[in-house]
Structure formats: structure tokens, C-alpha cells
Design a binder for this molecule. Structure first.
Ligand code: FUB
Length: 454
């Protein structure tokens, strides 16, 4: 490459980063540690923890959150359907959980500080839908006998037997009954050997730390876990049974990403393998303000997992978004400036919108017939605000501008529309918020495009 070409390439790369080509962390509106992904009805649902903004020196975690996507890049925020307050016996410390689907119900296993013992115990919440509402299934802990009852992860084998794994510094498992909220045999502590779990840290007997994730591919079971001690990497062991004996296989993700913890989750979705983790790389983030990220990977031909490094670019879209249905405003590939909130009337909505903030949505398929109008549901008290619609780039061509007036209240919702220019095919869309003030502009619930035929 000659010098001029190199300079042009560098400018393009820098401009790309500046205008939001990043895809990791996948949520920018809240800190979302400890991701636990599942696939349900052609969507990926991620159950995350929630580090409160401003946490320093200790974890401040009161609830959990749910996000979903059909394309792996546009993530819809389903809010927080579970909090430590859901469990009458809990007093806080809503740490890393895991949700699993069985017989039409969703079981969300979570560690919370127990009011009675003052240490973490594992509760289980149940719902009829992946996004809640969830309620305490037992009214007491499912597991709560010893110190270190954190980081539960459930797994259902092909023969129907369900297992729950958890623990720091020890690794435990129990066979769950078909009802997923009880067990017959007592929990078993796994014998952590160097052969089974490596030994890469002077202060620990093996490298197993916490956060187990059980994944099965063909006949091989993968136990994937944060390892170290701290700072943690993600390592794994394999076995031909879900209960071992385990063979240590090495590090998948080395220590990276501005966080002393990390947390794994692996799924298959639409023919690809995805590796979820968290880091502290969101602006303002760190060891106590961590965020979910995802990378795509392939298994090696011998079934081992290659080293996976953190990237800012994340993964490619595996589907397009149809803009002719109502899209929740909190469906976001990347955003800057905004936050989300939720209430009983309308659910989750975008808020804390200021002049220049934006939402990027990727891979919108406008089809072969151009839309004629754009409509959005907004609420606010500020005059002379607008949503600028730009294609493919934050400085890209303007497709239309939706001028808005005050609706009379932050919860007085109104649908406004504007004509748009011609566009066909697949494009990224930037919704850029404008106003003549530094104050908050409006709240934003949903949007869609309309065609003449709609
Ligand atoms: O998020 C709180 C704790 O940090 C989790 O339970 C561990 O897995 C670690 O990520």
C-alpha cells in the first residue's frame, strides 16, 4: 500500500470508529455484566446482571435485565423483570444468574444475599414468557447451605436430566428434578484437580474461579469458566459426561478489557457459534461497571475452542430488520447519550435524550418499494425538537426530518409523522435527536416506516 492509500485508509478507519461502527459492548444504555444467553423462538435472549452507574470499589447490583435480538446486532431492551426484591428472603447483591426454558416455563436461577444467613444463596424465579414477569418459585432459596452459592448455570441434557452448576471457589452441581425447582440427591462438590482445571495462578490450587457455563456439542461436554484468580481469563475443561471427570483444555479468552472479572456464555444461533462475555470497556466503565459483549467463533476440527479475543467490532448481522412493523425505540445497535426507563403504561422507552444524541439501527430492509412516511411515538415538554433520519452513516444523506412539538408531559404520548425521501434495499439508519436547548428533549417509545400500500 502506498503512503496516500494508507492515509486514506486510516482516515476511513478513524471516521468509522468516531461515528459508531463499534458493536461491542452490545448495550450502551446500562451496564450489563454476567451475560447468560439462550435461544428461544428464533431470537437470542440475554439475561444480564446490572451494575449501577457510578459503582466504585464494590459491586452495586440490585436487579437483572433482559435483551433480545433476531439478528445479533439490533438488541431490544426488555427492561428489568427481576430484582432481589422479588425474593422476600433476599436483601441485595443481585449477582450472576442464568435462565432456561422447559415445558413452557422460564426458570431464572440467581444468587442473592440471604437476609437470614448474610451470605449468597441461589433462588429460582419462574415466568410463562422469556421477558417476565418473574416470580419467586419457592419463597425460599433453592440452594443455600454453604458460603459461595453464586453464579448458577442450568443445563438440560438430551436424556432430559437437568443439572444446576455453581460456585466460587468450589464448583458444585446438583441434578434437578423435572419441575426444575427441586432435587432429590444432595449437591455434589466437584473434585478440582490440576488435570481437570489447570493451575495457572500461584494463589489457587486450580484455575477454576467461578461462573461455570455448561455447553454440549456432539458427544462432548464443555465446562467454560472464569479462571485465574483475578484478573480472570476464561478457560475450559471437557468431559464425555456432564459430571466429569474433566480434562483441562486451556484459556479461551485471555485477560483483556478493563475488568478484573469476566463471565462466559456460549450458544449456537442461525448456524453460527457465539461467545458472550463482559468487559469494562464502555465509556465510564470498569471493574464495577461492566458490559456484555459477543464474538463469533468456530470450533477447531478436533473439537477444541480457539483463543477468542475481545473486539470492538463484535459480530455481523445474521438477518435484516423489517421497518414496516412497529419497532421499539429501545431496539438499538449502537447509541450515544441516551438512557432507557420503563413504566407500567408503556413498558420500556428511550429517555434522557439531548441534542446530538443518536440511535443507530443496522440492516434495515426497506425492500423494493420505498417508504413514503416515518412515524414515531414521543412524549415531552420541550418545544422545537426533531428526529433527523440519516442513512448508513451519522453524516449520511438525510432521509427525512420529523419535527416535534411539546406534547404537554413526559408521559403524554403522541404519534407524529413526516414524509421521507426515496430509499430501497438494506441500509443502516441513524435517528439523530435535535433540539435548541441543552435540556432533555423528549421520551421516545416506538417508530415505523409506512409505504403507500400500508
Ligand atoms: O457480578 C458479580 C460477580 O462478579 C459475579 O457473580 C461473578 O461471576 C463476577 O462476574
Amino acid at each position: 500500500m502506498n503512503k496516500t492509500k494508507l492515509l486514506v485508509a486510516l482516515i476511513v478507519v478513524i471516521a468509522g470508529v468516531k461515528t459508531g461502527n463499534a458493536q461491542n459492548p452490545i448495550v450502551q444504555t446500562n451496564f450489563t455484566p454476567d451475560p447468560a444467553p439462550i435461544v428461544y423462538n428464533d431470537r437470542v435472549y440475554i439475561y444480564t446482571g446490572h451494575d449501577e452507574d457510578g459503582a466504585t470499589g464494590r459491586f452495586v447490583m440490585n436487579d437483572w435485565r433482559v435483551y433480545s435480538s433476531a439478528d445479533m446486532v439490533n438488541w431490544t431492551d426488555h427492561g428489568s423483570p427481576l430484582s432481589y426484591k422479588t425474593f422476600s428472603w433476599a436483601k441485595g447483591d443481585a449477582w450472576a444468574g442464568h435462565c432456561i426454558h422447559r415445558n413452557g416455563k422460564f426458570y431464572w436461577y440467581v444468587p442473592v444475599a440471604d437476609k437470614n444467613s448474610n451470605v449468597h444463596a441461589i433462588g429460582v424465579a419462574v415466568s410463562d414468557t422469556p421477558t417476565g414477569p418473574f416470580e419467586d418459585a419457592l419463597g425460599k432459596p433453592l440452594i443455600g447451605k454453604t458460603i459461595g452459592e453464586i453464579d448458577p448455570a442450568a443445563f438440560i441434557d438430551e436424556d432430559g436430566q437437568a443439572y444446576l452448576y455453581w460456585g466460587n471457589p468450589d464448583l458444585w452441581y446438583v441434578k434437578l428434578n423435572e419441575d426444575m425447582i427441586s432435587y432429590k440427591e444432595e449437591p455434589i462438590k466437584v473434585n478440582l484437580t490440576k488435570e481437570g482445571f489447570g493451575a495457572n495462578h500461584p494463589s489457587r490450587f486450580t484455575s477454576y474461579e467461578e461462573g461455570p457455563w455448561l455447553y454440549k456439542r456432539n458427544t462432548l461436554y464443555y465446562m467454560v469458566y472464569p479462571a485465574g484468580g483475578v484478573p480472570e481469563n476464561i478457560s475450559y475443561s471437557t468431559s464425555y459426561t456432564p459430571i466429569g471427570p474433566w480434562t483441562y483444555r486451556g484459556v479461551i479468552m485471555p485477560v483483556q478489557g478493563n475488568s478484573f472479572t469476566i463471565h462466559p456464555g456460549i450458544i449456537d444461533f442461525k448456524g453460527n457459534y457465539y461467545f458472550f462475555y463482559h468487559n469494562g470497556d464502555l465509556p465510564g466503565g470498569g471493574g464495577f461497571m461492566r458490559s456484555t459483549c459477543v464474538e463469533q467463533f468456530n470450533f477447531n476440527p478436533d473439537g477444541t475452542i480457539p483463543q477468542i479475543n475481545m473486539t470492538k467490532e463484535g459480530v455481523r448481522p445474521v438477518d435484516n430488520l423489517n421497518p414496516y412493523y412497529q419497532i421499539e425505540a429501545e431496539t438499538i445497535a449502537w447509541s450515544e447519550g441516551i438512557k432507557v426507563s420503563e413504566n407500567k403504561n408503556i413498558g420500556v422507552y428511550v429517555t434522557s435524550i439531548h441534542n446530538g444524541d443518536y440511535i443507530k439501527i443496522r440492516n434495515i430492509d426497506f425492500g423494493s418499494e420505498s417508504p413514503t412516511a416515518f412515524t414515531a411515538s414521543i412524549a415531552g415538554k420541550t418545544k422545537k425538537t426533531s428526529i433527523e433520519l440519516r442513512l448508513d452513516h451519522i453524516d449520511g444523506p438525510i432521509l427525512g426530518t420529523l419535527n416535534l412539538s411539546a406534547t404537554g408531559g413526559w408521559d403524554r404520548w403522541k404519534t407524529e409523522s413526516t414524509k421521507v425521501g426515496r430509499v430501497i434495499g438494506v441500509h443502516d439508519l441513524y435517528l439523530i435527536f435535535r433540539g435548541e436547548t441543552d435540556d432533555e428533549l423528549f421520551n421516545f417509545d416506538y417508530w415505523r416506516f409506512l409505504r403507500n400500500t400500508d
